[in-house]
Design a protein around this ligand. Structure first.
Ligand SMILES: Nc1nc2c(ncn2[C@@H]2O[C@H](COP(=O)(O)OP(=O)(O)OP(=O)(O)O)[C@@H](O)[C@H]2O)c(=O)[nH]1
Length: 553
């Protein structure tokens, strides 16, 4: 979320909280009036239910809006009222009634708002736009290493800026920001470490980007120092650059992942709005469902990756809704987390049995809400990725790329837009395996995958078609653009230096290209086969080239 929008969201959060605090005295007076009018539980069951429901809401929302003591007091009354409600047979016990009236009257004395600046911004996601060149800042004073690293990073299409010291980088940060920072851990003399540690932390934190360290030594203290500075990687020289780049890609892709989608269902509108804002500040896309009856349509349209569901709602309970959702095959695996101040273990077990994945106790802090939601969606995404993605390259597997190619060409035909399909195969790859071993071969495969992910747009589809063969579906891309892009990738790949047994070597790739303008009636899998023919033409003509299919063979 851009900073200006974040400030807006923070302001909205403060406004929500102010509104809540302003309404509290009115709500407490109204609760007191209901309690004072109670005479017999049998007669006043509707009023008792109303009182119970409103105390339940209060106990669930007060903590979130910064009045936790009031939330706890309301919870105690709610539990006492629950017991009273369950005993509807006898006459109302005046002593209990008086104590509840007194308890409700005393609620106003525990309104002590805490300082409640939302901690949502702490868990903020990055604003990194997709489809742009990644700016890497390198702080390094070892000239030979620096030269090689810059050359290799540029082969993978990273834009590298070099700095000799943290101070230089700090000065530059007044004008621009990196997407990722790599620095040498030993830029400073060890004797200065303690004082510099603190300074470093402030400076590096202010850059607000992932940090990786390189070092000529592998000592524990340096690793601890790097960890304290928030480093997401520590690489010892001589650095295997493809492994370093692999780590960079993982970090960047996590940041570039599409926003997580969360559906909130809670009858307390203020609380639902608060959750929505908090999750939005943390970079998620959160929507609130007002009408529970529309739950299935909403899920089908919004496609949430998790549902945060209030357990107690007036017309349909959370359990009812979870039961309905689980009747649909396509949503049977959708994570459902109940949000409720319910502490009754039996109800929690019932909820879990009814298809809930977890239970979060209200009041839930902003950081807890973000952490729990984010972790669950990440886990679900990892599971999906295990099913559809190849583990070595992180690209789509054979079957998924064929399906994606068909979908993409069908959509392009509907919209009258071009689509190009490329097949790529590493040349003489058997020789790489035979000369340097299978692990080095794997490294070469992973490197081509990384280069493709770096160069192609986020909307393009890339898959590992076979061992050392890849396929790419380029939406809205005509033959000329596809040729220019892929042939450039071919050159870049040939420039990457691989390292094995103290030797450096290079690899090349052959590419076949087919596009929808030349084969307008073909579906994706057919275009893939045509591109494959063009690839074999490239192999026949001597490898390390890009061939375009213009006619059916
Ligand atoms: N390291 C590694 N090797 C693989 C993997 N999958 C397939 N291979 C190997 O890739 C090689 C492919 O060799 P070939 O099909 O003969 O092709 P090539 O040597 O690349 O020759 P051309 O394609 O004609 O340029 C075989 O040795 C396979 O064992 C993998 O996941 N990792």
């Amino acid at each position: 979320m851009p900073r200006s929008k974040q400030c807006d969201a923070q302001e909205q959060l403060s406004r929500l909280r102010a509104q809540f605090l302003k309404r509290l005295p009115v709500e407490l007076n109204s609760l007191k009036a209901i309690a004072e009018n109670l005479t017999k539980p049998g007669i006043d069951v509707a009023a008792l239910n109303e009182l119970h429901h409103r105390l339940h809401k209060l106990s669930g929302s007060c903590g979130t809006f910064g009045v936790p003591a009031l939330g706890k007091a309301a919870r105690i009354l709610e539990i006492r009222l629950q017991a009273w409600l369950e005993d509807r047979s006898g006459e109302i016990d005046d002593k209990i009634r008086q104590s509840i009236i007194k308890g409700i009257g005393a609620l106003k004395d525990v309104i002590q708002p805490t300082e409640n600046q939302s901690d949502a911004s702490l868990a903020m996601a990055s604003d990194m736009p997709i489809d742009k060149t990644v700016r890497v800042w390198l702080i390094e004073d070892d000239a030979a290493f620096e030269q090689e690293l810059v050359r290799q990073l540029e082969s993978f299409n990273f834009e590298v800026h070099l700095f000799k010291s943290i101070r230089d980088a700090e000065t530059a940060s007044q004008f621009e920001r990196p997407d990722l920072l790599i620095m040498n851990v030993l830029l400073h003399r060890p004797s200065e470490q303690d004082s510099i540690l603190l300074q470093d932390r402030i400076t590096l934190k202010s850059l607000d980007c992932p940090l990786l360290f390189v070092s000529s030594t592998d000592d524990f203290n340096s690793r601890v120092r790097a960890a304290r500075l928030g480093a997401e990687g520590y690489f010892v020289k001589p650095v295997d650059i493809t492994i370093l780049i692999n780590r960079m890609m993982h970090i960047l892709e996590k940041r570039r992942a599409p926003p997580q989608r969360v559906l909130i269902i809670d009858d307390d509108n203020d609380l639902a709005a608060h959750y929505q804002l908090v999750l939005a500040i943390a970079g998620m896309q959160a929507e609130v469902l007002q009408q529970p009856e529309a739950v299935i349509t909403k899920i089908a349209n919004f496609r949430p990756e998790i549902i945060l569901l209030d357990l107690h709602m007036p017309n349909f309970t959370g359990l009812d809704l979870a039961g309905v959702i689980r009747q649909y095959d396509e949503w049977s695996g959708l994570p459902i987390v109940f949000l409720s101040s319910e502490s009754d273990l039996d109800i929690q077990i019932l909820a879990m049995g009814q298809g809930a994945d977890d239970f979060l106790m209200k009041p839930i802090s902003d950081a807890q809400l973000i952490g729990a939601t984010r972790a669950r969606i990440e886990r679900a995404r990892r599971l999906t990725s295990l099913i559809t993605k190849d583990s070595l390259t992180g690209l789509l597997k054979h079957a998924s790329i064929k399906e994606a190619a068909d979908l993409e060409t069908a959509q392009a035909q509907r919209n009258g837009k071009p689509v190009s399909i490329a097949m790529l195969d590493i040349d003489n790859f058997k020789l790489v395996n035979d000369t340097y071993g299978h692990t080095v071969g794997d490294n070469v495969i992973a490197s081509l995958a990384m280069l493709l992910r770096q160069r192609l747009r986020h909307s393009d589809i890339i898959g590992r078609y076979g061992g050392e063969e890849f396929a790419a579906v380029l939406a809205e891309c005509d033959q000329d653009d596809a040729y220019r892009l892929l042939d450039d990738i071919r050159h870049q790949f040939a420039n990457i230096h691989f390292q094995a047994r103290n030797q450096r070597f290079n690899c090349t790739v052959s590419i076949g290209l087919a596009d929808s303008a030349h084969f307008p009636r073909l579906i994706g899998t057919e275009l893939l086969a045509i591109a494959d023919n063009a690839l074999y033409q490239a192999k026949r003509e001597g490898r390390n080239r890009t061939c375009i299919a213009r006619t059916m063979e």
